[in-house]
Design a protein around this ligand. Structure first.
Ligand code: FPP
Ligand code: MG
Length: 324
């Protein structure tokens, strides 16, 4: 998915290009070792979805981004990067964005402290944008942690509820996409009804994004994912497709016999095949569609028609590589 193309708003790509040097400039310390750690994942690239949401919400592509719009975009991307530094320590990941992960390259301790450093830089930027943005980012950080803890606590639990899943992804993913839109809407000086509409859009976008990611973890090939399929199953993270498959009398018994414990390669492939063939995929795709509808409804609160259309297209695009 090319997110900028889906949004199709003038001046947005240009704004995103201006974010890149600012990301680097805001994390360099002058200490060459620390700089190589703090810029590691920035250099590896990425979709920059959160800055894109922030800039789209701020400008609607109608005008050039201001310094505050750009710094809001930098602040949310730094929180995202920090969460990946920490997530890769938790997951003992070795690869991220097609390069060696920070923990693998520099060790867990450095990865954790460098993640904290990125958060500190983000907090300082948020403070420069005013108390509302600073408070918003701090609350979002708390939600990210709550979402992540919910996920860790439910690891390997075949009795995990759908509500628990929704709660976890609301925190770990949708909180930051929602805040990205809200910060953009605030730096862009939009009226409060539009700020709220864009916040709701960002929440729904994040939900679709994560549900899609969780479906693809089962259905995509290792080549498409840049990691082996069934990674979440192997880590004991039972997502919506798996929870539905566990509850379905057709697939549940065989799946329950495998899950609840770490999996070797043959068991992982078997579990992945059971979930892929189960009703769980269709149910999860439908859930994603429901959030796209909600995202579309939210955009009706935005006055700029091109922005409405672009945001709806962006959310719809997320469904394009899903089965069914
Ligand atoms: C990646 O998701 C991880 C997240 C979306 C959030 C992780 C949050 C924390 C570690 C809490 C602490 C937060 C901060 C800001 C320090 P994933 O594991 O589903 O996807 P992946 O396959 O890309 O790893
Ligand atoms: Mg992870």
């Amino acid at each position: 998915m090319n997110a900028s193309e889906a949004l199709d708003l003038p001046l947005l790509e240009e704004g995103l290009l201006r974010v890149e040097p600012l990301l680097n400039a805001n994390v360099v310390t002058g200490d060459s070792f620390l700089d190589s750690v703090t810029t590691h994942l920035i250099a590896a690239g990425g979709k920059r979805l959160r800055p894109l949401l922030a800039l789209a919400a701020a400008t609607g592509g109608e005008r050039e981004a201001t310094h505050d719009d750009l710094m809001g975009a930098v602040a949310v991307e730094l929180v995202h990067l920090a969460s990946l530094y920490h997530d890769d320590v938790l997951d003992e990941a070795t690869i991220r964005r097609n390069v060696e992960s920070v923990n693998s390259r520099f060790g867990n301790l450095v990865a954790i402290v460098a993640g904290d450093y990125l958060l500190a830089r983000s907090a300082a930027i948020a403070a420069s944008l005013g108390t509302e943005v600073a408070a918003l980012l701090a609350e979002t950080l708390a939600k990210l942690c709550q979402g992540q803890v919910a996920e860790v606590r439910s690891a390997f639990q075949i009795t995990r509820s759908r509500e628990d899943y929704i709660r976890a992804i609301t925190g770990k993913t949708a909180a930051l996409t929602s805040t990205s839109c809200r910060i953009g809407a605030l730096t862009g000086g939009r009226p409060s009804t539009e700020v709220d509409a864009l916040t709701e859009y960002g929440h729904c976008f994040g939900m679709v994004f994560q549900i899609r990611d969780d479906i693809l973890d089962i259905t995509a090939t290792a080549g498409e994912l840049l990691k082996p399929a069934g990674q979440d199953l192997a880590e004991g993270i039972y997502n919506l497709p798996t929870l539905v498959a566990l509850a379905d009398p057709d697939s549940g018994p065989d799946l329950r016999a495998l899950l609840g414990q770490p999996l070797g390669q043959p068991e992982r492939e078997k579990a992945c095949a059971i979930v892929a063939a189960s009703s769980g995929i269709g149910v999860a795709v439908n859930e994603a569609r429901t959030y796209v509808e909600r995202a579309r409804d939210a955009t009706s609160g935005v006055s700029n028609h091109a922005l409405q259309e672009g945001l709806t297209q962006l959310a719809t695009e997320l469904l394009s590589d899903l089965p069914g």
